[in-house]
Design a protein around this ligand. Sequence first.
Ligand code: S3P
Length: 431
Amino acid sequence: MKRPQFRGTVTALPPDKSISHRAALIGAISTGETRIENFSAGEDNQSTLSALLQLGVSIRQDLSSTRTVTIRSNGLFDLKPSQTPIQCNNSGSTMRMLAGILAAQPFHSTLVGDASLMKRPMKRIALPLSQMGAQVTLSEADTAPIEIRGKKPLSPIAYQTPVASAQVKSCVIFAALHADGTSEISEAIQTRNHTETMLGLINPDSPEKPDKITVRGLNPIEAKSFFVPADASASCFLVALALLSKSPELVLKNVCLNPTRTGFLTILADAGARVQTDHVRTISGETIGDLICTNLSLEQPLRVSDKALIANAIDELPMLAVLSAFATGEFELYHAEELRTKESDRITALVLNLEAMGFVCETFPDGFVVKGRKTISNKKIHIQTFNDHRIAMSFGIASYFCNMELALDNPDCAAVSFPNFFSLIEGLKQS
Ligand code: S3P
């Protein structure tokens, strides 16, 4: 196996996608001027801004190094109807969380997306929003287009999310902010908690899983400033690069280390690859710090089946699977059926491409295992990304450690969350 070295201190990881989405949406329903420093240039986050612009929100984006976005709003009910369907492109977060706000506006909205988003399940948000009094209609397959006739105000709800999904939880929280009473939202398995943190609904000094998130509706939200740290999910690709190259030192600066996002670090540490952290501090309730990757290696294959850990590593599972297959020839994943509902069916996408490279896999409804590798004579393997950024980036990392060429059918889709992915990695490569 060829093994190039990568070295350096990375200060230009993309700003966190989840936090950027939420900061913009919260800005659109706050009273006054919201200032978001280090907003992501990723296509998904730009989709949230363009969707809000369609709804008449006042947004200024400064493209200089601080990447500051300024949003002005008069509060919870300041959106204007869009004359055309609201375009969410590839972004499930935009569609699902914005739907929670639109459910309470006194007008009709239609939400649409690209071919991938139009196939993703939306009943999970239609049900609670309908219970709160909005009229929500989906396609026959329970997908977008989502037609929403809003009800102002919504009725409060007591809701436990039936799937481990931060987008569903956040959709209901956004709707509950517009309800004429107190809502209680809970989840059996904790998912990323940025929405409740950023809205001040949990105590930053004791952020352990709350039994219920209590939302008092129709309370004005005062505009404030947000700082967006580097994306935890993006950092996972660089950690994998450090591990597979056995690089002596790769430092990732100012990464979001919210424990509901760092399941991948726990999974790696449990298998012997311990990433060190440094300069850990809290900014606006979010834990931020540097990741120090020094001579990482896996002592055993990754075997992932803990539901709580899966929820906190859901977007990192593709990279972890490819990483484990490459490092040890083996991998095991169960209880991850949610992976089939992402930008692509990620279980199918991973297995198909790993098998094309000679790995021997067995697939289950909720996961798959990699059991070893056959020698194959092909010198060039076509990788099908399914236009899914995380599939493209996972195999993009693998391509540096193969004795064969990996030809990705759409490497550019990395820009959905990580616009300069390939050039950043090239910049770290030692000749
Ligand atoms: C996200 C939640 C997750 C994740 C997605 C971002 C969020 O989706 O996969 O990339 O920002 O809330 P689900 O809520 O569908 O699990």
